[in-house]
Design a protein around this ligand. Structure first.
Ligand code: GPW
Length: 833
């Protein structure tokens, strides 16, 4: 029985339950109290950071009261919950979001003014929570916002990295990585020192047979590391529902083991053990769409899966329900294959610890999990070497072998004449060393598999999971097109646009039902609305121009066309196509007469994004962009006609400044490579047009907003294989304009050309895998169409307004409702007030 307040005393307790602030004065009292007591600062040494801290603590108090009630309500009603397992949660800042979601930003603004501060400066003090690489991690963060806003009983589970994604500095045009230690002051987490799970690694497995012939496996020896829970409250938008994100930190087990070492005088080595345990959750792997197969990464994955599963199972067991009820109470979503170990781990708990027989256990396991695939890129598909697995997780390897045996026997019965299929679909790849194919394990252990945009979901059915569609039938595979939260990406990032929309729609209901945006299409010809809309875009560009000036020293003209590509640097995303296009434009300008130049719309090409530290080609692209920028920005003859900016350290809070300020953004991946993309949605929602390939969600965006409102170009996914083949086995002919660009590079126009030879050779000599040359002409042609379109500002604004009006589909609320209905089978739970 757990300790709690006995019934007769509860009245006293309730009398003293804290009441949340609701007036500016109450907010000020709470903030000042926190600054003076929690932070031990005073009137005389309270700077902007201390004020941020006090404000955050005041809001945290509010959130946690709602959090307590939400958790209690979920426990009492005991309906089905969803657990979202993700190695990445790219949350960004929390304060502004908390203020807007609880509807107290006005109150805080007033209160802070009275204390002598500007709210923008205070909000700007916060360090981003950057526990993710890019789209996958940000999607998880948008999902948490939607789950809470829609009142779904849901938890996120992740790792509490001490270092998030590195900070990027650009030094002499090169990327330099600096550690992102973000935990000096983090008011948004609650350490739960009482919630600790022992996690085992290494060791041996022995089998025992009991009297009635049943064998039991015992995994012992090895080492134990402890997982400590840290909880982060996730407030929904204008609802009392406040869900939980539980992040696990690793810590050395303090047990006899350590004592023995202390006693035998091995103090130093026992401290070293402790540090080794803590390295498990020390750092986020900085790779996006790339699997490097490192042992510590596998340790992270198991550590987090095992702790989360223990927690979920413990919560279920408290309800005293029968095991067969587990899938009716618990849905677990795997964010890519990173948490796939949760599948054999749950099977292990059920058979080794709870004593269920294999089939009963497997029935439960395979009804519980859903798996989301986020990529078809071969280099991103996770595989772990069997010897490494054997060493680190011997019992799990056995279980995977048994899962595989059962599966292959089933396939053999269903397709007796297709024995060659067995090798293709086996979880174990017969290479040397043998490898465990995590995506196959995820498919086999889940009841639904989904892709993240229509094209992508179709592609996985015809490529990486083709055989599995035949084995399980097509219904196991489905699509849930990604979405973004309109709270952060419209209301928070672009308050003036949000306000303009609200003024026409009679309130902010569209932030809860984004399809209501379609009503602003009625204002597309309204003069005042158009004027206001343009002014807002211009003001957002002025703000970005200021940021560019402050961070790069370059002055850009806010009236120029802002052309933005911000995302992780990756060959398949083709920042190289963009920068080659910029060089092409530069050469063209240099060759133009004064008359011709007059007709050209001035442009600012803005790049931003991090390269994985070991990804040399991506780093070369960053270097080239910076070198090109250096030359062009210093060319007085070109002046405002063209500027090239590389924004350092692109992250969530910078995205909030950039997305509202673009005229055109680039989503130009080789067709068939970008699973969805989500920044395309952010730009469109903020009235930016896009140039893109027929890839990922661009296709559905086109369907929603209309072909006239998007600039599409390039080869189609269905033609990519043939083109690649023809590069390698036919006669390769380089696009002539691209050849001119390469000549300019080779003439050392942008510094020593040898620095860029790998980049150029990848195209001219090594098969141009990403089809840069094939798409170059149509890319440049489309950029000219954009110049032309931008010259007609009236039409441009019409396109921009129409685009915003038609973006309703891309809310992560729609997306989460689809998951809830089609995959999780969960219902919202109205908050108790
Ligand atoms: F390789 N994505 C990502 F599939 O940001 F795991 N990081 C990753 O490591 C992977 C995918 C992985 C992205 C996709 O590239 C992007 O197209 C998609 O919009 C996003 O995940 C969310 O689904």
């Amino acid at each position: 029985v757990e300790a709690s307040i006995p019934e007769p005393q509860r009245a006293a307790w309730k009398k003293f339950t804290p009441k949340p602030f609701s007036t500016p004065e109450e907010f000020e009292r709470e903030t000042v109290r926190h600054i003076e007591t929690t932070l031990a600062r005073s009137l005389y040494n309270c700077d902007e950071f201390a004020t941020y801290a006090g404000t955050a603590l005041a809001f945290r108090d509010r959130l946690i009261l709602d959090w307590n009630r939400t958790q209690q309500n979920q426990t009492f009603t005991d309906q089905k919950r969803v657990y979202y397992l993700s190695l990445e949660f790219l949350m960004g800042r929390a304060l502004d979001n908390a203020m807007l979601n609880v509807g107290m930003k006005d109150v805080a603004t007033k209160g802070l003014t009275e204390l002598g501060f500007r709210i923008e400066d205070i909000v700007d003090q916060e360090h981003d929570a950057a526990l993710g690489n890019g789209g996958l991690g940000r999607l998880a963060a948008c999902f948490l916002d939607s789950l809470a806003s829609l009142n779904y009983p849901a938890w996120g589970y992740g790792l509490r990295y001490r270092y998030g994604i590195f900070k990027q500095e650009i030094i002499d045009g090169y990327q330099v990585e600096v550690p992102d230690y973000w935990l000096d002051f983090n008011p948004w987490e609650f350490a739960r020192h009482d919630i600790i799970v022992d996690i085992q690694f290494y060791g041996n497995v022995s089998k025992y047979q009991d009297d009635d012939g049943k064998t039991t496996s015992v995994w012992d020896g090895g080492e134990i590391v402890q997982a400590v829970a840290y909880d982060v409250p996730i407030p929904g938008y204008q609802t009392a529902t406040t869900n939980n994100l539980r992040l696990w930190a690793s810590k050395a087990a303090s047990g006899e083991f350590d004592f023995q070492k202390f006693n035998s005088g091995e103090y130093e080595s026992s401290v070293a053990d402790q540090q080794r345990a803590e390295t498990i959750s020390a750092v986020l792997y900085p790779n996006d769409n790339l699997d490097r197969g490192k042992e510590l990464r596998l340790k992270q994955q198991y550590f987090w899966c095992a702790a989360s599963l223990f927690d979920i199972v413990r919560r279920f067991k408290k309800t005293k329900r029968a095991w067969k009820d587990f899938p009716n109470q618990v849905a677990i979503q795997l964010n890519d294959t990173h948490p796939t170990l949760a599948i054999p781990e749950l099977q292990r708990i059920l058979i080794d610890q709870e004593g269920l027989d294999w089939d009963e256990a497997w029935g439960i396991v395979s009804k519980t999990f859903g798996y989301t695939n986020h990529t078809v890129l071969p280099e991103a598909l996770e595989k772990w070497s069997v010897p490494l697995f054997q060493h680190l997780l011997p019992r799990h390897l056995q279980i995977i072998y048994d899962i595989n045996l059962n599966f292959l026997q089933y396939v053999e019965r269903r397709f007796p004449k297709e024995r060659e299929m067995l090798g293709r679909v086996s979880i174990i790849e017969e290479s040397s060393p043998k490898m465990v194919r995590m995506a196959y394990l995820a498919v086999i252990g889940s009841h639904k598999v989904n892709g993240v945009a229509e094209l992508h979901s179709d592609l996985i059915k015809t490529t990486i999971f083709k055989d599995f569609v035949r084995i399980y039938g097509p219904d196991k595979f489905t699509n849930v097109t990604n979405g973004i939260t309109p709270r952060r990406w419209l209301h928070q990032a672009n308050p003036r646009l949000s306000e303009l929309i609200a003024s026409k729609l009679g309130g902010y209901d569209f932030l809860k039902d984004l399809t209501l945006l379609h009503k602003i299409e009625a204002y597309v010809d309204d003069k005042d609305f158009r004027k206001e809309f343009r002014e807002i875009k211009y003001a957002n560009k002025v703000r970005l121009a200021k940021h560019i000036k402050q961070t790069t020293g370059v002055t850009v003209n806010p009236a120029a066309l802002f052309d933005v590509q911000v995302k992780r640097i990756h060959e398949y995303k083709r920042q190289q196509l963009n920068i080659f296009g910029v060089i092409h434009r530069y050469l063209a300008i240099k060759a133009m007469s004064a008359e011709e130049r007059k007709k050209l719309a001035p442009r600012v090409s803005i790049f931003g994004g991090k390269a994985a530290p070991g990804y040399w080609m991506a780093k070369t692209v960053i270097h080239l962009i910076n070198q090109v920028g250096k030359v062009i920005n210093a060319d007085k003859d070109v002046g405002d006609l063209l500027k090239v900016i590389f924004l350092e350290d692109y992250n969530v809070s910078k995205a909030e400044i950039i997305a509202p300020a673009s005229d055109i953004s680039e989503h130009i991946s080789t067709a068939g490579t970008e699973a969805s993309g989500t920044s395309n949605m952010k730009f469109c929602l903020n009235g930016g047009l896009i140039i893109g390939t027929c890839d990922g969600a661009n296709i559905e965006i086109t369907r929603e907003i209309g072909e006239n409102n998007i600039f599409l170009f390039g080869n189609l996914a269905e033609d990519v294989d043939d083109l690649r083949h023809s590069h390698l086995y036919g006669t390769y002919s380089l696009d002539p304009s691209l050849a001119a660009v390469f000549e300019a590079i080779q003439s050392n126009l942008f510094g020593d050309a040898t620095a860029f030879s790998a980049l150029v050779n990848g195209i001219v000599a090594h098969g141009d895998y990403y089809l840069v040359s094939d798409d170059f002409a149509s890319y440049c042609k489309t950029q000219e169409l954009i110049d032309e379109a931008y010259r007609n500002q009236e039409e441009w604004v019409t396109k921009a307004i129409t685009t915003v009006a038609r973006m309703g589909f891309f809310s992560s609320d729609r997306c989460i409702d689809e998951y809830a209905e089609v995959i999780w089978n969960i219902e919202p739970l109205a908050p108790k007030v």
